[in-house]
Ligand binder design. Structure first.
Ligand code: ADP
Ligand code: MG
Length: 256
């Protein structure tokens, strides 16, 4: 049975997509069957997995509107070892169209039911908002992985997300929990980052993953080649950290 996770943080540019595609590639490397669901109309996880978002015949949009199944709309990443339910700008329309429909927040959950036996992990790359799309992700998931930069306002932004997760847990999805906080783009030379990192550990204890993802330019270069950093430059510090993180995730969930 697949374990389903949202990679979520309502801030943009904090490393959600980088975490999604590199965790997916890392888990694939240790033999796990992985599906990435791109739930962001920007389609960065799609492109970053080597799939052209401008040439999609079917996408997650068609799945949410029940015009296609996951099996029909998914594609294999050419080089990264996992499947992708891709997205492009069309998905922005779903936000409006879903409002009128029944079970609007449970569409993704329903669509993934038939895929549970085909994957070990489903990773949902959420958009930078607490929108209907993110809500679909949170309703479908067992847990949330929160990538965050250790900056001054990090903890403040976190409380909105934690409250949303609590509400979804109470009203819509009793299974939902925070799996962990992942420190990304970390630069140990910056004292403030060390301080915020310590604060995080004080507040959230073992909900903070042991693995830390360093700031590493190879991770930022990889998407323009349609590859996760883990595949683009396996020896780079960022790639090594993400493979380590994949192992930590698998272990934490008893699926090593
Ligand atoms: P989000 O999906 O939250 O908007 P992204 O994963 O797209 O964030 O990351 C934002 C930008 O930061 C991208 O240009 C990405 O390549 C870069 N980036 C992400 N993680 C790292 C890292 N560890 N080191 C260097 N650059 C990174
Ligand atoms: Mg993104």
């Amino acid at each position: 049975m697949a374990r389903i996770f949202c990679i979520a943080n309502q801030k943009g540019g904090v490393g959600k997509t980088t975490t999604t595609v590199n965790l997916a590639a890392g888990l694939s490397q240790i033999g796990k069957r992985v599906l990435v669901v791109d739930l962001d109309p920007q389609g960065n996880a799609t492109m970053g997995s080597g799939i052209d978002k401008r040439a999609l015949e079917l996408s997650v949009y068609d799945v949410l509107l029940e015009n296609a199944s996951v099996a029909e709309a998914r594609q294999r990443s050419p080089k990264a070892g996992y499947d992708v339910l891709p997205a492009n700008r069309e998905l922005a329309g779903a936000e409006v169209e879903l409002v009128e429909l029944e079970r609007r927040d449970k569409r993704l959950k329903a669509a993934l039911v038939t895929e549970a036996a085909n994957y070990d992990f489903v990773l949902i790359d959420c958009p930078p908002s607490l929108s209907m799309l993110t809500l679909n992700g949170l309703c479908a998931a067992h847990g949330v992985v929160v990538p965050m930069q250790c900056e001054y306002f990090a903890l403040e932004g976190l409380s909105d997300l934690v409250n949303t997760i609590k509400q979804v847990h109470a009203n819509l999805n009793p299974e939902l929990e925070i799996i962990g906080l992942l420190r990304v783009m970390f630069d140990p030379r910056i004292t403030l980052q060390q301080q915020v990192s310590e604060q995080l550990k004080t507040h959230f204890g073992d909900k903070v993953f042991n693995t830390v993802i360093p700031r590493n330019v190879r991770l930022a270069e990889a998407p323009s080649y349609g590859l996760p950093g883990v595949v683009f430059d396996p020896a780079s510090k960022g790639a090594v950290a993400f493979v380590e993180f994949a192992k930590e995730m698998a272990q934490r969930l008893g699926r090593a």
